[in-house]
Design a protein around this ligand. Structure first.
Ligand SMILES: [Zn+2]
Length: 170
């Protein structure tokens, strides 16, 4: 993209329309995720074809824009989240009535750590329609792992979204 050659990465990101995002790979992310068996795995932000399946309805195509989250990064972030929660819990435990604060912060920390560990992809964009009623679907989760269930607000069906390797295997 010659238009971005003279600008900074931040400018490139700001200038890029959603359709052009796939061409703007952050250089800082290009070298992570290199390890045994993963050297050829795509890194950085990418747009993947997917599909929405629902029993008794025609399968619909879907598109997701995601950044893969390598296992090591997920582990590091989960442990960091847990560590931060423990430190924060020790601080808020000084405030009466002590125990509820302590348990509350630990519970939120554990829940956040679980989310950091489980999400194999960070979701940036999603487009797809419900296989049953064909209304546009929305995904609000930040971290996702395919296949996952997407709730349809219109007909209350729960089609399954798969993409990436899940689609290739099917
Ligand atoms: Zn629907």
């Amino acid at each position: 993209m010659p238009i971005f050659a003279a600008g900074t990465r931040a400018e490139a990101r700001r200038l890029a329309s959603p359709r052009m995002m796939i061409d703007v790979r952050p250089m800082t992310e290009s070298t992570e995720n290199i390890g045994p068996g993963r050297a050829t795995a795509p890194t950085g932000r990418q747009r993947l074809d997917g599909r929405l399946t629902l029993f008794g309805a025609a399968t619909q195509p879907a598109v997701v824009e995601v950044t893969p989250r390598p296992r090591a990064k997920r582990m590091t972030r989960a442990l960091a989240t847990l560590g931060a929660a423990i430190v924060l819990a020790a601080i808020v435990a000084l405030i009466p009535p002590h125990v509820p604060w302590l348990l509350g912060v630990l519970a939120v920390g554990a829940w956040r750590a679980r989310a950091e560990w489980r999400g194999e992809y960070e979701l940036h964009d999603f487009a797809g329609v419900c296989p049953r009623c064909e209304k546009p679907l929305a995904l609000t989760e930040r971290y996702i792992t395919p296949p996952l269930v997407v709730h349809c607000d219109d007909c209350h069906s729960q089609p399954q979204l798969s993409f990436g390797e899940e689609v290739a295997q099917g």
